[in-house]
Write a protein that binds this ligand. Structure first.
Ligand code: SF4
Length: 624
């Protein structure tokens, strides 16, 4: 096998309209400034379309769909078999980047490519296959209409191959369709619809032509050892390993972030039935994860119908469980399978369905959906994927529906992206994170609920310090998502430094909110910058790594502003900001305006434009 020392920094550049391809060589300067993966993907998008960002129709041929690998991929670094997909979202109208641990990334990387840039639109459905030497376009007529796993089964793949495919939801341009690779999914914000609009059913990489070797093997091996040690002894790894992300339900019940009845309530005694502990016992779960993972949050289990199924993630279980007042976990697993086969985002589907149930209850819109009848949900999910019957409208998401029928106050979304199953009235910083994240209501923008509730580093119901922590975590996470290692590694690595480890919780709770800057300076995320420099040979310390994260976040925000984002979109639905009195109240309506104001001040965003100034961008090295 041939060797790549460091990373190739080359991308396949494919034009679907003309069925041609060439090589895009990214510069070392861009790799250093944007770290690869998500960051470099955003930079490539910006370089190509910066003069017409507002005009790009997300479902038009001009939109770019970029698959980007991180420098860690295939090196053996823990939890790093991930790739990112970057595009302009048809759901929000702004930039979206999402990460996946499926096999496409590894095959693409070992074919010698750090990613694929797709533009144009094929006239008829196609499959793209590529290896280290060539790109082939095949007719996909007989695959069009097939589900995501069915498609992968029929692609005649060898062990060297990895595919990224869409299902019927992508073909029908459901605005929250996703992309499937192996049994993992990428795609908040309708990335699958962009692929479907390009008439691209599947892209298959044939890898194993190259292996990637770190420039500094000794430093790399030392960093792997350190990262593994942190990961393996973390209580979060132990919890996720045992119960998957459904470990969070227990915390949700205790703190009040677990949603009930479209986020009207935050606790039902029945929620016990959907905890990770309950499902591990019921389904005798075992691991089913992204490749090369040390945390093992993905699980599968044996269901009463004799089928081995993927256990739905916490977000899916919350939104299709307690949030619609369904406590039958068998049903959620079946719906999860349907959504996976159709290729659609379970968070947006769940949020949209809950909105439709409440809108029906309030008489705003006629619907077959209700909080007391779940027999039709499986069929309605398929109707969404094929845009049939009521599903045709539900396929556009809760924001568009509420604009048409009213009910915006209970459309649980930010910038059009439905919010995951963490009620921000129990974790205000997490609420700020939903409100200001460039992608919209994404729970992983800074995942502040982890510091506020899961780790208990800071009191959840205060505004003090929260904007500073959201900025800090957004920057670090943008960096981690550009290296393309799993964000969950941060939960282990950030609990390691001496101060959070040994300072009593009460003292930590005061320090983090009264001196957030000082607390951040005492944290240590050098594992990530050490990985980057060991692999690429480009010197980088943890503060430069954070600066790169800031650059990525602010460039993305600048692009969003050019695409039309306004300051009043950095907010939460009124359900979270005005409705505090639920059945089990926590004193709690989120004071979002005050936190957003502080966030803007720290980010140096102009309150009139919602974006960074040209001067600030130039200081970061962004050409404007
Ligand atoms: S922790 Fe979970 S999401 Fe992260 S790499 Fe492992 S299986 Fe994938």
């Amino acid at each position: 096998m041939k060797e790549i020392i460091g990373t190739s920094n080359t991308y396949l550049d494919i034009d679907l309209t003309n069925k041609t391809w060439k090589v895009h060589q990214a510069s070392t300067e861009d790799l250093k400034n944007y770290l690869g993966g998500k960051g470099l993907g955003i930079k490539i998008f910006y370089d190509r379309l910066k003069d017409r960002l507002a005009d790009v129709d997300p479902l038009g041929p001009e939109n770019l769909l970029i698959f980007a690998n991180g420098v860690l991929l295939t090196t053996g670094a823990p939890c790093s078999a991930r790739f990112e997909v970057i595009t302009k979202s048809p759901l929000t109208g702004y930039m979206v980047a999402s990460s996946c641990g499926g096999p496409f990334g590894e095959a693409c990387k070992t074919a010698g490519w750090d990613g694929v840039i797709l533009t144009g639109r094929a006239e008829t459905p196609v499959v793209i296959r590529f290896d280290d030497k060539e790109v082939v376009f095949e007719d996909a007529g007989d695959l069009w209409g097939a589900g995501t796993h069915q498609t992968q089964d029929r692609l005649r793949m060898t062990p060297k191959d990895g595919a990224a495919v869409i299902g019927p939801a992508g073909e029908h341009q459901v605005l929250y369709a996703n992309i499937c690779s192996g049994h993992r999914f990428v795609g908040r914000g309708g990335i699958g619809a962009v692929m479907g609009a390009k008439n691209l059913k599947a892209i298959v990489a044939r890898g194993k032509a190259y292996k990637c070797v770190p420039v500094n093997r000794e430093k790399f091996d030392k960093t792997v050892k350190k990262a593994q040690k942190h990961i393996l002894r973390s209580p979060f790894t132990k919890g996720y390993k045992a119960y998957g992300t459904n470990m969070n339900t227990r915390y949700g019940i205790a703190s009040g972030f677990s949603p009930v009845r479209n986020f009207r309530d935050r606790f039902s005694p029945k929620t016990e039935a959907i905890t990770g502990e309950a499902m591990a016992a019921k389904y005798k779960t075992r691991h089913s994860t992204c490749r090369y993972c040390s945390i093992l949050c993905g699980h599968k289990g044996m269901y009463p119908d004799g089928r081995m199924r993927q256990i739905p993630e916490y977000e899916t279980m919350g939104l299709f469980g307690s949030n619609i007042e369904n406590y039958d976990t068998d049903k959620v697993a079946v719906w999860n399978d349907i959504m996976n086969e159709m290729g659609m985002d379970t968070i947006s589907a769940g949020g949209t369905i809950a909105w439709a149930m409440e809108a029906g209850e309030k008489g705003l819109r006629q619907t077959e959906l209700s909080f007391s009848n779940f027999d039709n949900i499986g069929r309605i999910l398929e109707d969404i994927a094929y845009r049939r019957n009521e599903g045709a409208e539900l396929a556009d998401g809760s924001k568009r529906l509420s604009e048409k029928y009213g009910g915006a106050q209970f459309a649980i979304q930010a910038k059009g992206l439905e919010i995951a199953a963490y009620d921000p009235r129990a974790c205000w910083g997490h609420g700020l994170s939903y409100a200001v994240h460039n992608k919209g209501g994404c729970h992983l923008g800074s995942y502040l609920v982890s510091l506020e509730v899961l780790m208990g580093y800071m009191p959840p119901l205060t505004t003090l310090g929260k904007a500073s922590w959201v900025v800090f975590c957004e920057d670090i996470f943008a960096g981690i998502n550009s290296l393309q290692t799993c964000l969950f590694t941060a939960l282990s690595i950030m609990t390691e430094p001496v101060v959070p480890k040994y300072l009593p919780k009460a003292a930590l709770n005061v320090a983090t909110i009264l001196s957030p800057k000082l607390s951040q300076m005492l944290m240590n995320w050098s594992v990530y910058s050490d990985f980057f420099s060991a692999i690429t040979g480009i010197a980088m310390n943890q503060w430069q790594f954070k600066k790169a994260g800031e650059r990525i976040t602010k460039l993305e925000r600048h692009m969003n502003v050019k695409m039309g984002q306004k300051p009043d979109e950095d907010t939460l639905p009124e359900r979270f900001t005005k409705e505090a009195h639920t059945k089990y109240p926590v004193a709690s309506a989120v004071p979002i305006d005050a936190m957003v104001k502080t966030y803007y001040r720290i980010r140096k965003y102009d309150p009139l434009t919602a974006g960074p100034s040209a001067k600030d961008l130039r200081k970061l090295g962004v050409e404007v």
